[in-house]
Structures are given as structure tokens and as C-alpha cells.
Ligand binder design. Structure first.
Ligand code: PRP
Ligand code: URA
Length: 208
């Protein structure tokens, strides 16, 4: 796997991703699987975060604990990223949520920006950008560029399925951004869809 790209070799991820891809999986189950895979990926993507000493007491004695040192932001790229952000927020309840609205033009495959609610300067130290699909990489690259414009320096990308083209493009544009994915597929097809992929993630999550 390319430098800076992490794909957990985990039996649960493989099992859940198989059901997520299945064309016969209905929307409620699709959302549930998206949530469960996201939570595994969040564990992986936060494993090395810095902690500070946090000394407290149990009912029996004092103990030396730890707390996360950084303020974390979860950044869903609308719409499909919303399918991952609640799951990430359950794992990181202290995190702030920062939205970026972006969709891919169906003809040109270029990202079209339509909304954000980003504080400048940023009120988080680390942004975890969540979007299920990394296809051409255009949406992720544009969203991360926008985050950097606000002054954010530490950014990680977490998604479900990537195409090799999207990984190369994102690593090329933002080499400082590490990537966690549940799977990396063979290719983009002639319509810019990840193949075998799972189809249109936003439509399957929102049941549109
Ligand atoms: C999907 C997906 C990514 C983007 C990936 O969003 O959720 O944001 O496509 O493609 P790219 O890597 O080629 O940019 P979509 O444009 O379908 O919008 P939606 O989330 O509103 O459905
Ligand atoms: N967006 C999706 O939802 N699916 C793809 O395969 C590519 C982009």
C-alpha cells in the first residue's frame, strides 16, 4: 500500500464491507454497516494521537490516567459524509463537527463547492475528514484545501472505498494528509465510479 495509506486487515471490516457493497443491501442496513465500519476506522485513525496525563480517583484509589491532548474536529463532506459523522461523533463525543458541502458534477467529475461552516481561525487542532468514497479524489482535495485556507494544519482523511486514482491524486495534492480506508478497489470505470465499489454512496445512505 502507498505511503501514508492505511487499510486495516480486519476480519470484521472484510465481513461488513462485503455486505455494504451488495446491491441487495437495503438502505437501513447500509447505514448501519457504514456506521460500524466507520467506528473501526476511527479507532485505527486515532490510535497514535497524543495524550496528556490525567490523574483521577477510582472508588478505591488514585490512578494515573490519560486524556486526548488535542481538540478534534470531524468534517463530513456533504451529503454522503453525514453517514459517517454521527458514528465518528459517538467515538469522539468531545469533537466539534464542521460541515463542507461539495458535490461532483456528473459530466465533468469536478467538485462543486456549495457550503461550509468553518471557523477562521480554526477552533480544532486536528480535523478528521469523513467521506465514504474517494474516486477521482477531486472532492477530498478541494475540501482539504478549504480546511487549510482556514489555518488548519493537521488533517486526516477517513473513507470506506477508494480508487487507486483517488489515492494518488490526494497523496499528490496533500502529501501531509494520511488516509484510512476500509478497501481500495481496482479502478474507476468510464463514468468515474469506483469499480466494483458500492454504487452511489449518498443515494444508498439517504435512500434517494
Ligand atoms: C460522492 C462522494 C464524494 C465524491 C467522490 O459525493 O461522497 O464526495 O462523490 O468523488 P470524487 O473523488 O471523484 O470527487 P457526490 O458527488 O455523489 O455527492 P453526495 O455526497 O451529495 O451524494
Ligand atoms: N461517488 C460515489 O458515491 N460512488 C462512486 O463510486 C464514486 C463517487
Amino acid at each position: 500500500m502507498a505511503d501514508g495509506v492505511f487499510v486495516p486487515k480486519h476480519a470484521l471490516v472484510a465481513h461488513k464491507l462485503t455486505r455494504l457493497r451488495d446491491v441487495n443491501t437495503p438502505s437501513p442496513l447500509f447505514r448501519q454497516l457504514t456506521k460500524e465500519i466507520t467506528q473501526i476506522l476511527i479507532c485505527e485513525a486515532t490510535a497514535d494521537l497524543p495524550t496528556v496525563p490525567d490523574n483521577r480517583e477510582t472508588p478505591l484509589s488514585e490512578f494515573s490516567g490519560e486524556s486526548l491532548a488535542q481538540k478534534i474536529g470531524i468534517v463530513p463532506i456533504l451529503r454522503a459524509g453525514l453517514g459517517m459523522s454521527d458514528a465518528a461523533h459517538e467515538m469522539l463525543p468531545m469533537a466539534r463537527i464542521l460541515h463542507i458541502g461539495m458535490y461532483r458534477d456528473e459530466e465533468t467529475l469536478e467538485p462543486v463547492y456549495y457550503y461550509d461552516k468553518l471557523p477562521t481561525p480554526p477552533n480544532v487542532d486536528l480535523a478528521l475528514v469523513v467521506d465514504p468514497m474517494l474516486a477521482t479524489g477531486g472532492s477530498a482535495i478541494a475540501a482539504i484545501s478549504r480546511l487549510k485556507e482556514t489555518g488548519l494544519k493537521q488533517i486526516r482523511f477517513i473513507g470506506l472505498i477508494a480508487a487507486p486514482e483517488g489515492i494518488s491524486a490526494l497523496r499528490g495534492a496533500h502529501p501531509d494528509v494520511q488516509i484510512w480506508m476500509a478497501g481500495v478497489d481496482e479502478k474507476l470505470n468510464e463514468n468515474g465510479y469506483i469499480c466494483p465499489g458500492l454504487g452511489d454512496a449518498g443515494d444508498r445512505i439517504m435512500d434517494t
